[in-house]
Design a protein. Structure first.
Length: 290
């Protein structure tokens, strides 16, 4: 269903030039990049009037997009970004939530949690490009990505305790797994907001960049990173992610058994044969995936 989406220019500098099919009202823009970026898909949050807050409709669109990407073998890396300058995602749409019945709130949080889990379980590498503020559910969204890149001016935090609630879309689990238990508790208990530099120093993000005039420095860094992934064997990339994700949740002995089982999945693939042949012939491999 997404194949007919907008294809970006070969060098998507600021990432905001779209074909005629793109509509301003689209709250989630799905773009399959082309040329040297072929294989990279960009998911762009685009609710400027609400600071990209997670509404029922946006969560539904995200779920649909992630579901389509899951089975698309042409997708090699997914970059999650904002199309709105200065903001990544302000968290849940509290104005919408205020109008919900308590049972609706519970259902919405469950749907948001499930959607973010689906993002975390995508078989290909995922990168969050944080060029602006990422609070609450917005940071939980970024935490579900494999890698986070942020501008030094970006602001991040799980601020739910200020509202007398707790992070409900994976924050209490993914933050301690990312930065350690004690520091995660400190940030959640204090509802503290950190900038890109501090986020890098505590391991919340992998790369920090100075913001540029276009306001898309983190996105550009994420694209450069994604391009580093493109030449690698597609099946190996998927299996490596699976081995790491599953292995991190178990003891080392079990993890090594998982690695062994995952390694076995790469042995019969055409990718592996091509990789060995390319190495022997001293040329770049030409992977097509399985």
């Amino acid at each position: 269903p997404l194949r007919g989406g907008v294809v970006a220019a070969s060098v998507p500098s600021a990432g905001r030039s779209y074909g005629s099919q793109a509509k301003e009202e689209e709250e989630l823009r799905v773009r399959y990049l082309d040329d040297e970026h072929k294989g990279i898909v960009v998911l762009g949050l685009n609710r400027s009037h609400a600071k990209n807050a997670l509404s029922k409709n946006l969560v539904k669109m995200m779920s649909k997009a992630v579901d389509a990407l899951k089975s698309d073998k042409k997708v090699r890396t997914v970059v999650f970004r904002s199309e709105v300058p200065g903001i990544f995602c302000a968290g849940a749409d509290l104005k919408e939530r205020a109008k919900m019945h308590s049972s609706e709130v519970s259902s919405f949080v469950s749907r948001a949690r499930a959607t973010i889990n689906e993002l975390a379980n995508l078989p290909v590498p995922t990168i969050a490009a944080i060029d602006g503020t990422a609070l609450g559910g917005g940071l939980e969204l970024a935490l579900a990505c494999d890698i986070r890149v942020a501008a030094s001016s970006a602001k991040m935090g799980l601020v739910e305790t200020k509202l007398a609630i707790i992070p409900g879309a994976g924050g209490t689990q993914r933050l301690p797994r990312t930065i350690g238990v004690s520091l995660a508790k400190e940030l959640i208990f204090s509802a503290r907001i950190v900038d890109g530099e501090e986020a890098k120093s505590i391991g919340l993000i992998s790369h920090v960049v100075e913001q540029n005039e276009a306001g898309d420095a983190a996105y550009r860094r994420a694209l450069a990173l994604a391009r580093e992934f493109l030449p690698q064997g597609p099946v190996a990339m998927r299996v490596a992610k699976l081995a790491i994700n599953q292995g991190m949740e178990v003891d080392l002995v079990t993890g090594l058994a998982i690695e062994e089982a995952c390694y076995a999945q790469t042995i019969p693939t055409k990718d592996r044969i091509e990789g060995l042949l390319a190495f022997k012939e001293k040329r770049p491999p030409r992977y097509k995936g399985e």
